[in-house]
Design a protein around this ligand. Structure first.
Ligand code: NAD
Length: 358
């Protein structure tokens, strides 16, 4: 059956990098039997300019009808003074909530060819391949009550609520264990169960979910230790699963282990395997239009789409190994360039990956 992909380039370098990812999808359709159809729509600042809203009805309808969404990035200086409800980022948040995308997959992969790009010693990070599974729709970011109130003594007090119900913990747990089954079959659940009741329940539910996955080894770690272990010995991890706030912080930390923001893909999944796939970086307005952005994070997002939404594991591996080959050939965009390598632009990098698919 033909799978539908909604293609939303967004703003800034979004249009440039998504064009390269689309080239890869076109090549897979043409030469490797991938049965897809793609349709483009506007999101973010570009959508605001054209239709007065960062997430027009038409775009949302397309995304809802699709089996997977490929997103570039949104945002830019031009729209920073808009009312918060109309800012480009609202387009992204709207998509996440309207599509029920609760499971955020953030791999931290360091290709050995780029080990020098990390601020950590090459031997600590070379070959790193971690998957952080972050719950995206709950926790202290959404919990109520929240606000700033005035106390009896006149002093102001800020407050938020960390909250997770069992079903929310269970579904993110299942998401993480399912992913681990396609990897090295190890899950580390990160919490702060020694001081927070909310995460005491998290630990209990994770332990219960683990019983349904006898092949997967579950371990638990407190978040402070997890932060330390990520920079001390990151290769000990396979899949890490955690809540929204801890995941927000740990996934950025893990991304920086690799030192190359232009290389990292991400996915946000719903309960049925539908997902939105995007690079972890933003719209990079400082380099937009120059043809120098690294398209690899977006191309690797296509690989994640093939693996997690289209069930095309072989093609996912083909895309990942094409990226590997291109790095072996010494091709580098400016963000990952080191002397002695061959500096390329966005389109040349995309073309090289397409050629390496064979
Ligand atoms: P950014 O990720 O866009 O850029 C940070 C730095 O990394 C810049 O120097 C940029 O040139 C560089 N960079 C990013 N992606 C690159 C790539 N593919 N190749 C080469 N270099 C790359 O973050 P920022 O500058 O803080 O934000 C810019 C805009 O993007 C803001 O409007 C922000 O709100 C938005 N943003 C959007 C998303 C998203 O759409 N998911 C995520 C983060 C930021």
């Amino acid at each position: 059956m033909t799978k539908k992909i909604a293609v939303l380039p967004g703003d800034g370098i979004g249009t440039e990098i998504v064009a390269e990812a689309v080239k890869v999808l076109e090549a897979l359709r043409r030469d490797f039997g991938l049965n897809i159809e793609m349709e483009q729509a506007l999101v973010g600042g570009a959508a605001y300019d054209a239709a007065g809203h960062p997430l027009p009805e038409q775009t949302l309808a397309l995304a809802k009808a699709a089996d997977a969404v490929l997103l570039g990035a949104v945002g830019g200086y031009k729209w920073e003074s808009l009312d918060i409800a109309l800012r480009p980022e609202k387009g992204l948040l709207g998509l996440r909530s309207e599509l029920g995308l609760f499971s955020n997959l953030r791999p931290a992969i360091l290709y050995p060819q780029l080990a020098n790009a990390s601020t950590l010693k090459p031997e600590v990070v070379s070959g790193l391949d971690i998957m952080i599974v972050r719950e995206l729709t709950g926790d202290i970011y959404f919990g109520k009550p929240r606000g700033i109130r005035v106390l009896e003594n006149g002093e102001r007090e800020g407050f938020n609520t960390m909250v997770y119900c069992e079903s929310e913990i269970e579904r993110i747990g299942r998401s993480a264990f399912d992913i681990a089954m396609r990897r090295d079959k190890r899950v580390c659940s990160v919490d702060k169960a020694n001081v927070l009741e909310c995460t005491e329940l998290w630990r209990e539910v994770m332990t219960r979910v683990a019983r349904d996955y006898p092949e997967v080894t579950l371990s638990h770690m407190y978040v402070d230790n997890a932060a330390m272990q990520l920079v001390r010995a990151p290769k000990q991890f396979d899949v890490m699963v955690t809540g929204n706030m801890f995941g927000d912080i740990l996934s950025d930390c893990a991304a920086m282990l690799t030192g190359s923001i232009g290389m990292l893909p991400s996915a946000s999944l719903d309960a049925f395997g539908k997902g939105m796939y995007e690079p972890i970086h933003g719209s990079a307005p400082d380099i937009a239009g120059k043809g120098i952005a690294n398209p690899v994070a977006t191309i690797l997002s296509v690989a994640m789409m093939l693996r997690y939404s289209l069930n095309q594991l072989e093609l996912a591996e083909r895309v990942e190994s094409a990226v590997n080959k291109v790095l072996d050939q010494g091709l580098r965009t400016a963000d990952i360039y080191t002397p002695g390598m061959h500096k390329t632009g966005t389109a040349e990098m995309g073309d090289a990956v397409v050629n390496a698919l064979r």
